[in-house]
Ligand binder design. Structure first.
Ligand SMILES: [Ca+2]
Ligand SMILES: [Ca+2]
Ligand SMILES: [Ca+2]
Ligand SMILES: [Ca+2]
Length: 237
């Protein structure tokens, strides 16, 4: 033990334990973590969860919600599908919207990002998840999420991923956004990677209460999009 200060801390720990001081140990830890929070600033925003709802031929499916940001372990929403009844497979939605639903408490020490993932009819067709930048990094757009062949996914799901807030700034407000894209390629070049983005839509700021975006559609014919991007906008104090 070459560090005399560290040796002192360790022996203090021994003394407290020797005194039968489990409670004292706990209060020591609590003091440490509260002073860390003061040093790290944090967030003043309300707890929240994200919902996604798909629509086809003007018939919406059921919104599906992620776990709340306050959850100890983040979980994906169920897969959302459209609500049209002219097919039994709930396939090929035209558009989608996001919900920002506030919880009761606050999330003073949580950094977060929003992620989205898509699949076709079967779980084996699930694509790669795409995430916004973290709130502490200023937020921004994700890349488009699609299914395994990047062609007309049937279903989308969302999640709030979290980690401990370590920025010296304070997050004071945030909003969510959505944009739908379709790949438009000539028949002789089916994988051209040229995308038509539709209009981007945004929720209100979280400080203004619960809200949802308008339905977003792709930019070519508002039908059978190939991917969806999600957005996290932030203000810091
Ligand atoms: Ca459909
Ligand atoms: Ca596909
Ligand atoms: Ca289209
Ligand atoms: Ca398409």
């Amino acid at each position: 033990m070459k560090n005399p200060l560290l040796a002192g801390v360790v022996s203090l720990g021994f003394v407290l334990t020797a005194c039968g001081g489990e409670e004292q140990d706990a209060s020591l830890l609590a003091e440490e973590s509260s002073s860390e929070v003061e040093q790290q600033a944090g967030t003043t925003v309300r707890d929240f969860r994200v919902g996604i709802q798909l629509i086809d031929q003007n018939i919406a499916g059921t919104p599906q919600y992620s776990s709340f940001a306050s959850a100890a372990t983040s979980s994906w929403s169920s897969y959302a599908v459209d609500g049209d009844s002219d097919n039994s497979q709930q396939d090929d939605p035209d558009g989608a919207r996001l919900y920002l639903e506030l919880g009761t408490g606050s999330i003073p020490t949580k950094d977060f990002q929003i992620c989205i993932r898509a699949r076709d009819a079967a779980s084996s067709t699930q694509g790669v998840e795409q995430c916004t930048p973290w709130a502490s990094a200023g937020g921004g757009w994700s890349d488009p999420a699609s299914d395994n062949d990047f062609w007309d996914p049937n279903a989308y799901q969302v999640i709030i991923k979290t980690r401990t807030w370590t920025s010296t700034e304070t997050l004071t407000d945030f909003q969510l956004g959505i944009q739908v894209v379709d790949e438009v390629c000539p028949w002789y070049s089916p994988d051209c990677n040229e995308f038509q983005e539709g209009t981007a839509y945004y929720t209100r700021w979280a400080s203004e209460g619960n809200s949802n975006t308008e339905y977003a559609y792709d930019g070519d014919d508002k039908k059978n999009p190939d991917g969806i991007k999600v957005f996290l906008g932030v203000t810091k104090g």
